[in-house]
Structures are given as structure tokens and as C-alpha cells.
Design a protein around this ligand. Sequence first.
Ligand code: SF4
Length: 231
Amino acid sequence: MTKLELLSVESDAKTIKGNKKGYLTGILYLAPSTEAGGRDLCPMASAECRLACLYGAGMAGVFPSIKRARIAKTLWYLRDPKSFLAALETDIYRLIVLAATRNLKPCVRLNGTSDEWKLARALAAKFPEVDFYDYTKLPAPWKRTTANYHLTFSFSGTNLPECIDALQHGINVAVVFSGSLPATWHGYPVIDGDESDLRFLDPVGVIVGLSTKGDAKKLTSGGFVQIGGTK
Ligand code: SF4
């Protein structure tokens, strides 16, 4: 794992899979929703997605220091966005250099556990040579994408009309399934979203099927976690 000041690089198995496809991913993990107090960083989060958030998955569920570090980053971002943005830019430059030394292309996901599209889009505009991508629950995501800022809409358990709207506008939808992935969801083909996190490489018009992780395994299927097949 490479340590930059704000971005996590190769800190999880899924983004490491992207290396084989030629990309080095940097992810910013903030404290989601109102975890750090103050402004809600996930205004469209559902009660279930808050419970199942990746914020508490993996090593963050084992070591409280990881959550504390994410809260500290979030407080920095909320209290002094200017210096936070400057540090983030430095990290992205470092990621670009690191990727080049390894013959990989850099890509950045700034909302690993938040939904702050303005931050991501501002930085995407500053680094046109880098692919930026995010998952979002904010409606009408097609209005926020750019040539190098890709969005996948996320099913929250309560936003099916917005999901269909997104699909009809060419935005893929991520859905968490218990068991194995179904062939289709509401008539759209389901692809395996756990093969890598490089969402900007996905074909258009698909459901990005994800397996349950962390606290999502404790949720009853039928809402945020949709019922898949038997494994
Ligand atoms: S919207 Fe995403 S990041 Fe925010 S609480 Fe829900 S799952 Fe977590």
C-alpha cells in the first residue's frame, strides 16, 4: 500500500484488481453523512445504506484508528476547504507520477464514502488527463458527468424511480445483492461490479452488481440489499 496524505492507494483488494487492467487508483475516504458532525456529506443516504456503508467495512471495522483518521480528514475539509483542496491536488500529482513509474494510468475516486460531487468535478476539471469516477445517490447524475468525470448511480433501497431515470439517461446503476448475482434487474443486464472498481470502463446500460460487504451482511434482503440467487 502506498501512503499519500489524503488518498488511499492499493489499500483494498478491489482497487488492486484495477492494476491488472492498467490503472492505479487513488481513493479519498471521508466520514460519510454526519459522522464527523456538521454538514451532511451524503444528503440522499437511506437509513439502510448508512448502516451498511463501506465506512465500517474491511480494516475500518477492525481498527478504530481508521475511522478516527477519516473523521479528522473530514473536519479538515469542512473547516478549511482551501488548504484541504491544495493537499488533495498535491496527492493527485504524486499519484500521476507514481502511476507513470509503474506504467499505469492514474484514476481517482474522491467519494469513497461521501457524495460531494462539486469537489470531485472541480478536481476533474484541473486534471483532464486523469479519469475521475464516483458512485452517487444524488438524483440526475447525467447532469454532473464530464469527459473525465464518470458517475454510477447507487440504489439505496428507496430510490427505484431515480435508478430507472438514471438508466434511461445512460447512467449505470450499482445494486448490492445477497447470494449470487441475478442475470437481470428490472430488465437491465447485471454485470459483476466486484471484478474491479474501474466503473468508467463499464458498458453503458447495465446494473453493476455488488456483493454484500461489512455491515451490509446484517441487513435483511429486499431493500438496500436486493435478493440475488443462491451461491
Ligand atoms: S450514501 Fe454511500 S457513502 Fe453515504 S452513507 Fe450511504 S453508502 Fe455510505
